[in-house]
Design a protein around this ligand. Structure first.
Ligand SMILES: [Zn+2]
Length: 403
C-alpha cells in the first residue's frame, strides 16, 4: 500500500512567492486526506500533478487563519462541481463547530452533506486497516497533532521452511498465514511460528501542525516512520518562538532526535527569508514535494543511525521551555560557500548545523540532487575548521563527506 505525504504549503503565517501556508495531503492507496487548508491550498493542488482531488475528509490542527483560510474557497469549489451525494467531513479540535458557525454566511448552502466533527486529544478514528488519532501539542489549549498508524502485519511467509516441513501448496499455507495450525501428511503439526517471520510493525506517520517543542510530541512521534514537525523560527529568534508557541529549526530537529523517527521533515519557512542564513538556504520540504513512507519499516535506511544518535545523550539536555541563547549568524557570510558534507535528511543536516554553530561557523543548507539528502555548506575559509568540528562530534559512518 503506497503511503506518502505531499507538502502543499510549508510557509508559516503568510504565503510567499514559492510557498503556501500550511497544508499537507496524505495519500494512502486511493485515499486522500488533507491536513490543514491554508489560503490557496486548492490552487496548490491544481498546480501540482495531483490536481484537486474529490476530498472527503479534511483535518484541521487548529484555527489560526494560516491553517484554514483556504477551506471556504475549497468547499465552494466542491459545490460548483455539482456534488449532491458525496459527503465531506471536516475534523478538528474543539471549537470547530463555532468556526463553521462563523463561516456559514460565506459558505451559504452547500449541495453536498457537510459534517463537522470535533475531536479530543487521544480520540481515535478507526479506518479498518489504519487509525487516525489526535494528540495534544503546545500551541494553545485546543490544538491537535495527528498520527496515522497502520496495525502490525504478520511476518513474511517462509516458503523454504514450509517446503521443508512438507506443507503442501494451497489452502494449508493460507491457514498458517491466517494464524491456524495445520497437520501435514507425515502427521506432524505445523504452527504459524514455524513458517512465519517476525511480525512487521505497521507504519506510523506523525503530523504536528504548529507547536512549541513538547514532550507530548516526542511521545506521539516515538518510533514514527515519518515526523512532520513545524519550525517557524531560527535559533536566534528563540524568544519569539516561545512567545508564539512555535519551534525553532534546531528544536524541531531535537524533537526528531528524541523520538527518534526514521526520517523527519520540518516546515522551515524562516530559513527561506532572504538573508536569514547568510547564504540564502534552501531546505526540504518544498511545496509540491512528496515524502514517501517505505512499505517495509525494516528497510528504512537511516533508522539505525537515528537510534544510535539517540543513545549519545542529547536527550537528557532537552527540556520544554529550552532557550537558545546563541546567535548563530553573527558574521555576514561574504566568502564563497562550499559543500562540507551531505546529510541523509533534514534532521541530520540540522544536527550538523548545530555542531557547526557551536564551533562558531555559519552554515547553510541546500537540497541535494539525491532524494531527501541535504547538502551542508560552509564558507570556504571555514571548511577545515568545520570538518574538524564535525569529525570530533560524529561517528564517521554518520556522514558522507564530499569535500
Ligand atoms: Zn498557529
Amino acid at each position: 500500500m503506497d503511503l506518502d505525504v505531499v507538502f502543499l504549503g510549508t510557509a508559516a503565517s503568510m504565503p510567499t512567492a514559492q510557498r503556501g501556508p500550511a497544508a499537507l495531503l496524505v495519500r494512502r492507496g486511493s485515499e486522500r486526506l488533507l491536513f490543514d487548508c491554508g489560503e490557496g491550498t486548492q490552487r496548490q493542488l491544481q498546480r501540482s500533478a495531483i490536481g484537486l482531488p474529490d476530498l472527503q475528509e479534511i483535518f484541521l490542527t487548529h484555527f489560526h487563519a494560516d491553517h484554514f483560510l483556504g477551506l471556504p474557497g475549497m468547499l465552494k469549489t466542491f459545490a460548483l462541481r455539482g456534488w449532491d451525494e458525496t459527503p465531506l467531513t471536516v475534523y478538528g479540535p474543539r471549537g470547530l463547530r463555532e468556526l463553521f458557525k462563523r463561516l456559514h454566511p460565506f459558505l451559504g448552502r452547500l449541495p453536498y452533506p457537510l459534517a463537522v466533527v470535533e475531536l479530543e486529544a487521544g480520540e481515535r478514528l478507526e479506518r479498518g486497516d489504519y487509525t487516525i488519532e489526535g494528540f495534544a501539542v503546545e500551541h494553545g489549549p485546543e490544538a491537535l497533532g495527528y498520527t496515522i498508524v497502520e496495525p502490525e502485519r504478520p511476518g513474511r511467509f517462509d516458503v523454504d521452511a514450509a517446503d521443508a516441513l512438507g506443507v503442501p501448496d494451497g489452502p494449508a499455507r493460507g491457514r498458517l498465514q491466517a494464524g491456524e495450525e495445520v497437520t501435514v501428511d507425515s502427521g506432524r503439526t505445523v504452527t504459524p511460528a514455524d513458517v512465519l517471520g517476525e511480525p512487521r510493525p505497521g507504519r506510523r506517520l506523525v503530523l504536528t501542525g504548529d507547536t512549541a517543542p513538547s514532550p507530548l510530541v516526542v511521545q506521539a512521534a516515538h518510533d514514527a516512520d515519518l515526523l512532520v514537525h513545524e519550525a517557524s523560527f531560527l535559533s536566534s529568534e528563540a524568544e519569539r518562538a516561545r512567545a508564539t508557541m512555535h519551534s525553532t529549526a534546531a528544536e524541531a530537529a531535537e524533537v526528531a532526535r528524541l523520538a527518534p523517527p526514521a526520517r523527519a521533515h520540518s516546515r522551515l519557512a524562516a530559513l527561506l527569508r532572504p538573508g536569514a542564513c547568510g547564504g540564502g538556504a534552501r531546505l526540504l520540504p518544498r511545496d509540491g514535494r512528496p515524502a514517501r513512507l517505505r512499505p517495509d519499516r525494516g528497510a528504512v535506511p537511516g533508522a539505525r543511525r537515528a537510534a544510535a544518535r539517540q543513545g549519545r545523550g542529547a536527550a537528557s539536555t532537552w527540556r520544554i521551555g529550552h532557550r537558545t541563547h546563541r546567535s548563530p549568524y553573527h558574521r555576514a557570510v561574504m566568502s564563497a560557500m562550499v559543500q562540507l558534507a551531505t546529510a541523509g535528511d533534514v534532521a541530520e543536516a540540522e544536527e550538523m548545523q548545530e555542531i557547526l554553530r557551536k564551533a562558531g561557523i555559519d552554515s547553510s543548507l541546500e537540497q541535494s540532487a539525491e532524494e531527501d539528502a541535504v547538502n551542508v555548506l560552509v564558507p570556504e575559509a571555514d571548511r577545515e575548521t568545520a570538518q574538524e568540528a564535525i569529525e570530533a562530534l560524529t561517528e564517521p559512518d554518520d556522514l558522507t563527506s564530499e569535500p
